[in-house]
Structure formats: structure tokens, C-alpha cells
Design a protein around this ligand. Structure first.
Ligand code: IPM
Ligand code: MN
Length: 355
């Protein structure tokens, strides 16, 4: 009996549609091999649609997305649209409305990739950041008074409930257990200054660890120190759990240590609902339509999607195929410097999977 997955595909802006096309190519090769089916539906959300219609997301978008098993997203961001509109109106709106409360971001240096960290190879850079994805300064709590006067005051508050913290910690502990590598979970916070916010995290972390996860070793790092160790000793890390804002920042640092935005993928996960997978880079407008952008991050996002859907073997195979391509084929990960075009890179990965 073959399974069918209903996937919403949002190519989005800039190079988003080009990289998603390659991810879909690889997913189809994987589906053929592993005998599942993908029922893909395209959605035109993004800057171009907004400029044409004045509408960021159609009213039915959230309920439409809920009818799918998962969402594959390219990139959101348009040079002619003021920053914030599309990010808040599409990306953050979907994350919040679908309650994708985990942002899972692996940091892994693949073979053949020249990262910027001296003397650090694939054996040193292989960890996962579990970024909380529903709270913090992202909730929009705050406001501005006396605007446009010399006394203007702006407040934007980091907000966390025990419920949000607990569900994220539980996911992270379970992830560390199932990953079964160093069985270590590091909390990244700022307990020396954010003495309300990260005190809540720290207490919840140890209470849950003592109660339910005695097999997982616990560590704590301040966020500033985390940045330092991610560069100096990335091999220390296994799974890092942190709030939304710190998670946003440290995963860009993580991405660059694994070779940059061409390879970094992430999943916005609702373990009980509909999750959305994306390359974590932007829409790269200057490369749009040139068939030069690196599609590997989108391909890896597709692999993460299959893993979350339960197609573990197919997912692992996509990662292996990507590692083969970085290790044996590509000259570099940069747009226009791969030695292959965008579609040729997709072909290489798909061919490796087909065998
Ligand atoms: C990311 C992005 C988004 C975020 C922006 C585009 C809203 O930087 O996915 O990391 O801050 O979460
Ligand atoms: Mn970011």
C-alpha cells in the first residue's frame, strides 16, 4: 500500500521557485524509489502577488495550509516591498497560525565544503539548534509612544510562558535522546541579565531534566559565550535549545560555519500539526532566473520534511546524496561558483538517489 502525502509548495520570491523546483525533483526521485506519492499543490504567496493584489495572504491561506501534510517554502522577500511586511505577513503569520513552535536548524559541515573555521572539518561541526519559534520578542507585544518627537519611546517585549518553554524543552530533550550521539542538551540563555526570562527557562530545563530525562546530560551557556564556542569549539555541541531571538541570531552564525546559506536548511515544526520546511537563506534577488543559485539548502529542507513525515530512510538517503555531491562534485557552494547550474545540481542529487 503506497502512502500519499499532500504537500503545499510555496516557491515565493526571487530564487525561491528555482531552488524549490530542484527540491521537488529530488523528492520525486525519492518517492519513486521508496514507493510513496507526493500530491503537490502550488501557492503563489510572496512579494509579486502582494504587489499585484495588495493582499499579503489570502483569507483562506491558513485553512488551506491546514489541509496538507506539510509545506515546502522557497523564500519570502522582495526588493520593492518594505522590510517587515512580507516577513510578518507571510512567514511569521504561517509559523504562528500553524503553531509551528519549533524551529529545527541542523548545523552540519558536509564533506568537501570549505567552511570558514580553520582546522574544523565535518567531524567537528555537527549539531542541531532547537530554536523556540512561537514566543520571545516575536509576539509583537509592545508599542510606541510620542512617536516622531525627541521623547519617542519604543518597547518590544520578550514574552515566554511556562507552557511555551516546557513544550520546546520537551521536544529538545526528546530530540537529543533520539539523535543518540552525545546525549547532551545545552541551554543557551542570558541568565545574568534576562533574570526573569531565562530564569524561567533554566528552572524549567532542570526540572524537566531531573524528572524525565536523566539520560541526557545538561549544559548551560550564555548566548554571547555560545557564539564564541560555536566558532572556537563547535565539536562541544550536540543539541542546543534556546529562545526565538537568540535562536535566530546563532543559527545565522551556525549557517556560515557550515558553508553558508546555500546549504543551511530548517524546519518550522508543529509536532502535532502541519510543519513547514525552508532553506534558511533569503530570496537572493540578484541571482533570480539565472540558474546559478545553490539548491542544496532547499533539497536538504525537503529531506527534513520527509524525516518529519516519517520517511526516515528516504530522508537519510537525501542527506547522503547531498554529501556525495558536496564531497565529489561541487567546486564550491557559492552561487555561480559550483561548477554546475542550479538544475544540474538538482539532477546530480536526484541521480544519486535513483542509483
Ligand atoms: C529566519 C528569518 C526570519 C526570522 C525573518 C525573515 C522574519 O530571519 O527565518 O531566521 O527572524 O525568524
Ligand atoms: Mn534569521
Amino acid at each position: 500500500m503506497s502512502k500519499t502525502y499532500n504537500i503545499a509548495v510555496i516557491g515565493g520570491d526571487g530564487t525561491g521557485p528555482e531552488v524549490v523546483r530542484e527540491a521537488v525533483k529530488v523528492l520525486q526521485a525519492s518517492a519513486a524509489k521508496h514507493q510513496f506519492k507526493l500530491n503537490l499543490t502550488d501557492y503563489d504567496f510572496g512579494g509579486a502577488r502582494y504587489l499585484q493584489t495588495g493582499e499579503v495572504l489570502p483569507a483562506s491561506a491558513v485553512s488551506d495550509m491546514k489541509k496538507h501534510n506539510a509545506i515546502l517554502l522557497g523564500a519570502i522577500g522582495h526588493p520593492d516591498v518594505k522590510p517587515g511586511i512580507l516577513e510578518k505577513g507571510i512567514l511569521l503569520k504561517l509559523r504562528f497560525e500553524l503553531d509551528q513552535y519549533i524551529n529545527l536548524r541542523p548545523v552540519k559541515l558536509f564533506p568537501g565544503v570549505e567552511g570558514p573555521l580553520k582546522d574544523k572539518g565535518p567531524e567537528h561541526i555537527d549539531y542541531v539548534v532547537v530554536r523556540e519559534n512561537s514566543g520571545d520578542a516575536y509576539t509583537g507585544t509592545g508599542g510606541v509612544t510620542m512617536k516622531d518627537t525627541p521623547h519617542e519611546v519604543a518597547v518590544q517585549t520578550a514574552v515566554y510562558s511556562r507552557f511555551q518553554v516546557d513544550r520546546c524543552l520537551r521536544y529538545a530533550f526528546e530530540y537529543a535522546r533520539q539523535r543518540n550521539k552525545k546525549k547532551t542538551l545545552a541551554l543557551c540563555g542570558k541568565t545574568n541579565v534576562l533574570t526573569f526570562l531565562y530564569d524561567l527557562w533554566e528552572r524549567a530545563f532542570h526540572e524537566m531534566g531531573d524528572r524525565e530525562f536523566k539520560d541526557i546530560k545538561r549544559e548551560y551557556y550564555h548566548v554571547d559565550a555560545t557564539c564564541m564556542w560555536m566558532v572556537k569549539n563547535p565539536e562541544w555541541f550536540d543539541v542546543i535549545v534556546t529562545g526565538n531571538m537568540f535562536g535566530d541570531i546563532i543559527t545565522d552564525l551556525g549557517a556560515i560555519t557550515q558553508g553558508g546559506m546555500g546549504i543551511a536548511a530548517g524546519g518550522n515544526i508543529n509536532p502535532e500539526g502541519v510543519s513547514m520546511f525552508e532553506p534558511i537563506g533569503g530570496s537572493a534577488p540578484k541571482y533570480t532566473g539565472k540558474n546559478v543559485i545553490n539548491p542544496l539548502a532547499a533539497i536538504c529542507a525537503g529531506g527534513m520534511m520527509l524525516d518529519t513525515l516519517g520517511e526516515k530512510k528516504a530522508a537519510a538517503e537525501i542527506e547522503e546524496a547531498v554529501m556525495f555531491v558536496t564531497g565529489k562534485k561541487l567546486k564550491s557552494l557559492g552561487a555561480g561558483k559550483m561548477g554546475y547550474s542550479t538544475s544540474e545540481v538538482g539532477d546530480l542529487v536526484a541521480k544519486q538517489i535513483a542509483g
